[in-house]
Design a protein around this ligand. Structure first.
Ligand code: PMT
Length: 223
């Protein structure tokens, strides 16, 4: 990768699975490892960008030269992203953000009884959609974790959330999506399918995605 393709650009990347607490020791989360997001952060840093990763639950190791901000829940991630959005040039939303959270969080450990326990859930804020609505100059890249109709759902997300690119992964496929070391992605732009990549290590997927993104960002700002 060129060391300067994204020089001077501020890049915000979300990674990992959010944690939505029921009580101080129990929570709802998902299988995201953060590997995809951290690979993207490394690929962006390799191109000279000033990179911040906002990470929820992840097993990925911090990357030298990349700022790491922890955000546990969808709400914390929303606040962390919004606080840095205005000055960002590129935002990539690789995190798996919970769509629902418990309506209330017990302040102390929930005691068991012989009764059934019903947990009520409410919607979280859609971070990507919020960013799309508040977009000024940022290049916005969303992910789409799908199991069917990948192309139509991805194009729908791109339009509804005002994304410049949507990276769709079919998470029902072996060697793709959550927690795997590899991914199989299709990249969509406003014009439709841009590129379908074969199964590749997440690092390589990240390199190819950042090359595409840099190409489009630099084309947008060319005189
Ligand atoms: O972390 P890994 O183990 O490496 O796995 C990578 C991954 C599968 C998590 C990643 O490649 C991926 O697909 N991330 C998005 C997962 C997801 O939540 O997809 P979605 O289709 O539900 O959401 C679409 C987009 O909206 C995503 O960019 C997501 O970050 C965003 N979103 C979703 C809900 C919400 N409340 N706020 C959001 O911003």
């Amino acid at each position: 990768a060129s060391r300067t393709e994204l020089a001077g650009k501020k890049v915000l990347i979300t990674a990992g699975g959010t944690v939505e607490r029921l009580d101080p020791v129990r929570y709802l989360t998902n299988d995201s490892s953060g590997k995809m997001g951290f690979a993207l952060a490394e690929a962006a840093a390799n191109r000279g960008a000033d990179v911040t990763v906002i990470a929820a639950r992840t097993t990925a190791a911090p990357i030298g030269g990349v700022e790491l901000v922890r955000a546990e829940s969808a709400e914390e991630m929303l606040q962390a992203v919004l606080a840095r959005y205005e000055s960002a040039d590129l935002v990539i939303k690789a995190a798996a953000v919970a769509d629902y959270r418990p309506v209330s969080q017990a302040p102390s450990k929930i005691k068991k009884s012989d009764e059934r326990l019903v947990v009520e859930l409410e919607r979280t804020t859609d971070i990507l959609k919020t960013l799309g609505e508040r977009k000024t100059h940022q290049f916005l890249v969303g992910f789409a974790a799908e199991t069917e109709n990948v192309a139509s759902y991805a194009m729908d997300k791109l339009a509804r959330k005002h994304c410049d690119l949507v990276v769709a992964n079919d998470v029902s496929q072996e060697g793709a999506g959550f927690n795997a070391d590899t991914n199989v992605v299709q990249v969509f732009g406003p014009e439709g399918l841009v590129e379908a990549l074969p199964q590749l290590p997440k690092r390589e997927v990240a390199e190819r995605l950042l090359a595409r993104i840099a190409e489009r960002m630099n084309a947008d700002t060319a005189p």
